[in-house]
Design a binder for this molecule. Structure first.
Ligand code: PRT
Ligand code: ZN
Length: 225
């Protein structure tokens, strides 16, 4: 049975944000016993439950009010939010705090040999991406005509495999692009991990707990600067 007074936080189970998310919560003084395969872990010292899932599930868990908070890449929650705009559903989350990890950019990249002057060079290109809504928003604003298809892995291989003219993918060091003979030509979105909250009614007990957690998170970030 769910205890309504316990704060539920969703974090990535395994991936680029998971260790940093756990580290942050631990530094905030939350004692969590994280057993490998467990979906939900209960804090021993605070009324907080940690739900560990794939990062793609976190926006939905927050927006559908299954959890109170989530730690997620801004890119992932923004993509889901754009996707939901098509539905009559409202945007249902608030960014409480940008975090000091998971920094990356969503960029357009093309083969190194390809000439690039400006965005118009991409007119009528076929672009492979895992982020169709962020891509469409950006290129529509810039009035660039394009086709896209979705790849949820190995995006960087699409041009050399002859599947696409360009890619729109996350970049951090640029090593993946370089290894695949690609060059970054436009940054369309900058991201970091962030702490997001659901909207809607929250009990006073939870509000106090969220404020306490926020103060601690800000303290941890400040100490790391
Ligand atoms: O299994 P699950 O679905 O939970 O995880 P996932 O595989 O979908 O996501 P994951 O763990 O790869 O990334 C989680 C989040 O980390 C992303 O949504 C971003 O917010 C953030 N992040 C930060 C990154 C990167 N940096 C990053 N470099 N996510 C992915 N990459 C990939 C990129 O897609 C490309 O393949 O790393 C490669 C490029 O890296 P560089 O260093 O070679 O440029
Ligand atoms: Zn994912």
């Amino acid at each position: 049975m769910l205890n309504k007074n316990r704060l539920r936080i969703a974090i990535q189970k395994s991936g680029r944000l998971s260790q940093e998310s756990i580290k942050l919560l631990t530094k905030c003084g939350i004692k969590i016993n994280l057993k490998q395969q467990q979906l939900i872990s209960f804090s021993e010292n605070m009324p907080i439950d940690v739900v560990r899932v794939r990062d793609d599930d976190i926006p939905g868990l927050v927006m559908d009010q299954v959890v109170d908070l989530g730690i997620i890449g801004k890119n992932v929650i923004e993509e889901e939010s754009l996707r939901r705009n098509i539905d009559p559903k409202k945007i249902l989350y608030t960014i409480l705090q940008r975090l000091d990890f998971g920094s990356c950019r969503l960029s357009l990249s093309i083969p190194i040999s390809q000439k690039y002057i400006n965005l118009k060079s991409l007119n009528n290109f076929r672009i492979a991406t895992s982020y169709p809504y962020l891509l469409k928003k950006y290129l529509d604003q810039k009035k660039i005509n394009f086709n896209f298809f979705i790849l949820n892995g190995s995006v960087e291989v699409a041009p050399s495999a002859g599947l696409s003219d360009a890619i729109c993918d996350l970049v951090s060091t640029g090593a993946t692009l370089e290894a695949n003979g690609l060059k970054e030509v436009e940054v369309i979105y900058s991201s970091t991990a962030c702490l997001v909250s659901r909207t809607g009614d929250v009990s006073d007990i939870k509000k106090i707990l969220i404020n306490k957690l926020m103060t601690r998170i800000q303290g941890v970030i400040k100490a790391r600067e």
